[in-house]
Design a protein around this ligand. Structure first.
Ligand SMILES: Nc1ncnc2c1ncn2[C@@H]1O[C@H](COP(=O)(O)OP(=O)(O)OP(=O)(O)O)[C@@H](O)[C@H]1O
Ligand SMILES: [Mg+2]
Length: 250
């Protein structure tokens, strides 16, 4: 009853780092059923051109990282893919469907994407388990299942024995793991993580990544991670480098 469904996996077996798909590659991936297709996306905030025409595709169950200097548009891009904001022009599809407008994205956020933010945004007065139960509430899961499933998710990220701890009683790495468990509560097919290791020391950052990679293996979801961290980038199937609102190869 409480087991999470495992998706059919189509990931390429070899971990490779290659230039982002462009031109014919984009069309090929599109025809091959890419999970995420971003095409010619432009986004400005007043006179600031955050994204100047970004095109990339991500295959089902692929783990990609988006790197680039501060201010290059990484979070902006992730927010557009997750429908936290809308592009000025261009198109974004997830699982073959256009990402809905933020105002109409309740179901999309409930059923399709999971978000992990850099500052993890756990509710400070709820326990680790309570934070996950709150996320499950939004998906319409009943009380009994919320309880069992939240414990199951905590066990999955190695925190079964911390269920009753509130965030201030957890380490930074443990809080990040709770945030990850919470993002998985709706069993998303697409996990978006913005600097999930940014606040961690390198050992905890590595553990968080190992966990992310393990969860991807187990659940077969597609993962897009924004990171400055070269260690994160190395673990990805592919790396997209954003510079000044554009994708650079490599
Ligand atoms: N809501 C906003 N209003 C105005 N400008 C914004 C807004 N959000 C982002 N920007 C600007 O857009 C540009 C890209 O920002 P973004 O947050 O995407 O960068 P980033 O690559 O995630 O940087 P960092 O590595 O520092 O997190 C920056 O110049 C930023 O100041
Ligand atoms: Mg950012």
């Amino acid at each position: 009853m409480s087991a999470m469904p495992t998706r059919h996996r189509t990931r390429r077996p070899a971990v490779e780092q290659a230039a982002p798909l462009q031109g014919a590659g984009v069309a090929a991936a599109r025809d091959g059923g890419a999970e995420v297709v971003v095409r010619d996306v432009v986004k400005s905030f007043g006179t600031i051109h955050a994204l100047r025409g970004v095109t990339l595709t991500v295959a089902p169950a692929e783990l990609v990282t988006i790197t680039g200097p501060s201010g290059s548009g990484k979070s902006t891009l992730l927010n557009l893919i997750g429908s936290l904001d809308r592009a000025d022009s261009g198109t974004i599809t997830v699982a073959g469907k256009p990402v809905p407008e933020p105002r109409a994205a309740v179901e999309f956020r409930r059923r399709v994407v999971g978000f992990v933010f850099q500052d993890n945004l756990l509710l400070p007065y709820l326990s680790a388990q309570g934070n996950i139960e709150a996320a499950l509430l939004a998906t319409g899961v009943g009380l009994h299942e919320r309880h069992s499933r939240s414990l199951e998710l905590l066990a999955e990220v190695g925190l079964a024995d911390r269920a009753r701890h509130i965030p201030s009683e957890l380490s930074g790495g443990q809080r990040q793991a709770v945030a990850l468990a919470r993002a998985l509560a709706n069993n998303p097919r697409l996990l978006l993580a913005d600097e999930p290791t940014g606040a961690l020391d390198s050992a905890s950052g590595k553990r968080a990544l190992d966990l992310l990679a393990k969860l991807r293996e187990r659940h077969g979801m597609t993962v897009i991670v924004v990171s400055h961290d070269a260690a994160v980038a190395r673990r990805a199937d592919r790396v997209f480098h954003l510079v000044d609102g554009r994708v650079r190869a490599g």
